[in-house]
Design a protein around this ligand. Structure first.
Ligand SMILES: O=C(O)CCC(=O)C(=O)O
Ligand SMILES: [Fe+2]
Length: 495
């Protein structure tokens, strides 16, 4: 954000009600209520979507950092002849306000996002080369495949959970992801938790991530388990709200008809401002298509960045320096956009059904130019994140098609070719040989899934040759693989 980089910011007052307090549930947390300048700007940006961020900063400073007053002034400027700045800027502000009036500050609670909300991803809000900062739950739900609940847990429970996890994080190791043919280390650490020791043993022997099994699988801890039940209820309620906004309003494609049932969790730790995770999609192999993920943030607030997956333009045969090629590349960057969602302590972000197939996500490094990080009273410079997941029985490796190496395939969605976008493939865990659809790999950082031993960042840890196997993956409306349906039908007939 230019304003953050180029301007020295005055410490702004937090005496009025921060916007997120107005929209929070009754369980407030003193830490979250304080509201940094970044948060206040994010709030303003989510309401006045088309007002340039430097103008929002100016307006905030002109009103001594009081968010409410700034909002009123900006609203007034649209109904009177007084401009915020110049007339041309006022015009821009007006259209932003008009288009976002449905997200005014009167919404009483993040839990009360009504059922008439426009379905997600209604129109691209992102602008050339700019990051769009969204904060309010309603704006996030209306413009991304995510929803967010601020102040999710009772504050003491959130703190207990953080106290439970912090000692664990000391023995976490670097997460790994696939970058084209190689498995590389992410600059953050993580561990994997499942519901029982029996599940942990099964994970360690049967489940492959980027070609290897995990050595560090732990049994879920008592507070994490309690919180899992609350996450389960909240995520199911969020799914129900979201379904109502879709045409038909009954069930999402590839989703089982029953409730979402978390039974595993990756816990991530980001120690200090620089630890991050690059743009990626989460591995679908054991979750199935259109998975839902409940992601709880604790400790230091960090920025969650997302952008759309858009097949790259076909510039073959074009001179890379030609006007046409440059235009195509620019259009590609604009179409991906970049949206940033601040994730404060004790916020639950739900990544909904279409997220992993159509958007990439990341945790950005917090540069000192944008204010770095604010230490948390319990965790210091650490952010701890729990991603609750549902490992569906139908996607357990015993049912997964095997490649010619004899191991269960990985499930990927096609992202890089317009013609096959939206399809899925089962493919060899280790790409790299003739016939492998290398362009299926999801992101700069590929797909995050495996966890390895602590080593230097981005060290290559595996580049074995794969067999190149792949087959199209098909599912019924509930997301059950067709090959499993066929087997089940055979079994039923044999009985
Ligand atoms: O830390 C976060 O919020 C995101 C973590 C993540 O992307 C993952 O575990 O796959
Ligand atoms: Fe992820």
């Amino acid at each position: 954000m230019d304003a953050f980089v180029s301007r020295k910011r005055r410490k702004v007052s937090t005496m009025d009600e921060p916007r997120h307090k107005l929209s929070a549930s009754s369980s407030n947390d003193a830490q979250d209520e304080e509201g940094s300048t970044d948060e206040k700007l994010a709030i303003l940006a989510s309401i006045f979507e088309q007002v340039p961020q430097e103008d929002l900063l100016e307006a905030l400073l002109n009103h001594d950092g009081f968010v409410e007053r700034t909002i009123h002034a900006l609203l007034e400027s649209t109904s009177s002849s007084h401009s915020v700045h110049s007339p041309s800027r006022r015009n821009r502000a007006t259209s932003g306000i008009q288009s976002s009036l449905k997200f005014t500050t009167t919404r009483p609670s993040s839990h009360s996002l009504d059922d008439t909300t426009t379905p997600a991803i209604n129109r691209p809000l992102t602008k050339k080369g700019k990051t769009l900062y969204l904060y309010s739950p309603a704006t996030i739900a209306a413009n991304t495949p995510c929803s967010i609940i601020h102040n999710f847990l009772p504050p003491t429970l959130a703190n207990d959970l953080l106290h439970e996890l912090l000692p664990e994080t000391n023995s976490f190791t670097s997460a790994t992801f696939r970058l084209f043919d190689n498995v590389v280390k992410s600059p953050h650490t993580a561990s994997f938790y499942v519901n029982s020791l029996a599940d942990a043993a099964a994970q360690k022997s049967n489940y492959l991530y980027n070609g290897s099994t995990l050595s560090d699988v732990r049994e879920i801890l008592p507070v994490m388990r309690r919180v899992s039940t609350l996450v389960e209820q909240a995520v199911n309620a969020e799914i129900a709200k979201r379904i109502k906004t879709y045409p038909g309003g009954v069930k999402l494609r590839h989703q089982p008809p029953g409730p979402w049932l978390p039974n595993a969790a990756f816990v991530n730790c980001y120690s200090g401002a620089q630890q991050n995770v690059g743009y990626h999609t989460d591995q679908l192999s054991y979750l199935g298509p259109h998975p839902v993920i409940g992601s709880l943030s604790l400790g230091v607030q960090r920025e969650f960045r997302i952008r759309r997956i858009v097949p790259p333009p076909d510039v073959e045969g074009l001179d890379p320096d030609s006007v046409e090629a440059k235009k195509l590349k620019e259009e590609y960057a604009d179409a991906q956009g970049q949206i940033s969602l601040p994730l404060p302590h004790n916020s639950l972000l739900v990544m909904h059904a279409e997220m992993q197939e159509t958007w990439k996500h990341s945790i950005a490094p917090a540069s000192s130019a944008t204010g770095g990080i604010t230490p948390h009273p319990i965790s210091g410079n650490k952010r701890v994140n729990i991603t609750y997941r549902w490992y569906r029985e139908e996607f357990s490796p015993k049912y997964t098609p095997k490649c010619r190496c004899g191991v269960p395939c990985v499930l990927k969605s096609v992202m890089r070719r317009k013609e096959t976008l939206g399809k899925y493939v089962w493919m060899c865990q280790t790409p790299g040989r003739v016939g492998e659809p290398g362009d299926m790999i999801g992101a700069e950082n590929g797909e995050l899934g495996g966890r390895g031993k602590q080593e230097e960042q981005k060290t290559k840890v595996a580049d074995g040759k794969g067999c190149g196997y792949f087959e199209w993956a098909e599912f019924d409306d509930d997301g059950v693989p067709m090959h499993l349906n066929a087997e089940r039908t055979k079994e039923t007939r044999a009985k």
